[in-house]
Design a protein around this ligand. Structure first.
Ligand code: T4K
Length: 375
């Protein structure tokens, strides 16, 4: 029998983008000379302003990572300790932030097309949990939630609307960054994200006093000797901020490359957004300029997804089950099941995808997926 050729090094779900080393080393030299390594130095201040400008929002608060950013945002909006409606189809950090802030998460199911929180499901949840104080939807894979319907529900019920926008950097809806919707939105700048600071995150809020509150919360709650509130350490270091400043100029090119690679995958796999195709991608919100943060594929059933995963693993190619399991199935969670999220979680795979990925590699992976489905 013919040996199957295997990739070495392995092909992973993504590969961190890096800036030119010289550009980063110039920053490192400058930071060494100044000896200001953290505590809101000039690099963090510059990155904060540059990101606000890039996203077209009045201001933004940098944090050490996206999970802490979610926790600070929950506190800033007064949602800590309260009941919050959220989605089970997300990375576990959305849920862990709620739990660490003493919130009671209540899961509403997702829309099977967009894979984002279904506003009708939120309405149903509110009937059972009329005391809920907030909604925490996720712009899954950089797709947009139904922001109008969610804003309407939140407005009518007097609820806070906090978006987990960890995947949404660079996505715009009707020309506006997804970070500009809701009472606040939280970003992740983890090394695997399309824009990153190695580890990092941010909160963008439309509330006038949010920046001052977030600055206090992320730096122990005191200014000098004046202790104003309970805080934590969630600051971004100068070395992390420098990485962001070096990478930000390359984001527009990266977005264009991602769009091109998505089109290649779509064509080679025969993927589209309709519900009746054998392979489909989540349906994008109308009027969304998508950032192509991931390349997710929904397979017809669990067996097909697992077969593809096994066959690709034999070639040392490793897609990821973002997001498996549905968070309703976690051992430390009790609550109603969400059948749509549970079904999708069993049969979705994110294929390898990064902006400078070789186009032949995309075609090769698509070919292997098709071969596996035919077998
Ligand atoms: N909300 C949502 C919806 C999120 O998706 C996330 C994070 C958060 C909140 C929380 O944000 P942070 O606190 O993380 O800022 C990754 C990321 O660690 C995580 O940030 C991300 N979502 C989640 C979806 O994926 P893993 O465990 O899958 O990462 P890992 O280490 O397996 O990396 C995947 C591949 O990326 C590797 O096979 C190779 C490549 N890689 C990875 C790292 C760490 C690199 O090339 N360089 C690297 O440094 O969680």
């Amino acid at each position: 029998m013919k040996e199957k050729s295997s990739f070495d090094p392995p092909v992973c779900v993504t590969r961190a983008t890096l800036p030119p080393l010289d550009a980063y080393m110039d920053c490192v030299r400058d930071i060494f000379a100044s000896r200001q390594l953290t505590n809101q130095g000039s690099y963090a201040a510059r990155l904060q302003q540059s990101l606000a400008d890039f996203l077209g929002v009045p201001s933004l608060s940098l944090c050490a990572n996206g999970t802490l950013a979610l926790q600070l945002a929950l506190r800033c909006l007064g949602l800590n300790g309260k009941t919050v409606i959220t989605t089970p189809f997300t990375y576990v950090a959305t849920l862990s932030a709620l739990l660490w802030e003493g919130c009671t998460p209540v899961f509403a199911d997702i829309d099977p097309r967009s894979l984002c929180l279904d506003p009708a499901g939120v309405e149903r949840c509110l009937k059972e949990h009329p005391g809920a104080a907030g909604i925490l939807p996720v712009h899954v894979y950089g797709n947009a939630c139904d922001v109008d319907a969610l804003a309407d529900i939140a407005g009518r019920r007097g609820l806070c609307l906090l978006y987990d926008a960890a995947h949404a950097f660079g996505s715009t809806l009707r020309g506006t960054s997804l970070f500009a919707f809701g009472d606040a939105a939280v970003g992740s700048f983890h090394a695997t994200k399309l824009f990153h600071t190695v580890e990092g995150g941010c909160v963008v809020s439309s509330r006038a006093d949010a920046n001052d509150t977030l600055s206090l919360l992320r730096a122990f709650g005191h200014v000098g000797d004046t202790h104003k509130c309970l805080g934590i350490n969630a600051k971004m270091s100068e070395l992390h901020a420098a990485m962001g400043l070096c990478l930000l100029p390359s984001v527009p090119d990266g977005l264009a490359r991602r769009a091109r690679l998505t089109a290649l995958y779509d064509e080679a796999l025969g993927v589209d957004e309709t519900m009746n195709g054998v392979l489909r991608r989540p349906a994008l919100a109308p009027d969304l300029a998508w950032n192509h943060a991931y390349y997710p594929v929904i397979f017809p059933d669990h067996g097909a997804a697992m077969r593809v995963m096994r066959d690709l693993a034999e070639r040392n190619i490793h897609p990821r089950r973002y997001f498996y399991p549905s968070l309703t199935r976690l051992p430390y969670i009790q609550g109603a099941s969400c059948p749509i999220a549970e079904d999708i979680a069993e049969r979705v795979l994110c294929l390898p995808f990064w902006p400078d990925m070789d186009e032949d590699l995309v075609r090769k992976i698509a070919g292997l997926v098709r071969e596996s489905l035919r077998a």
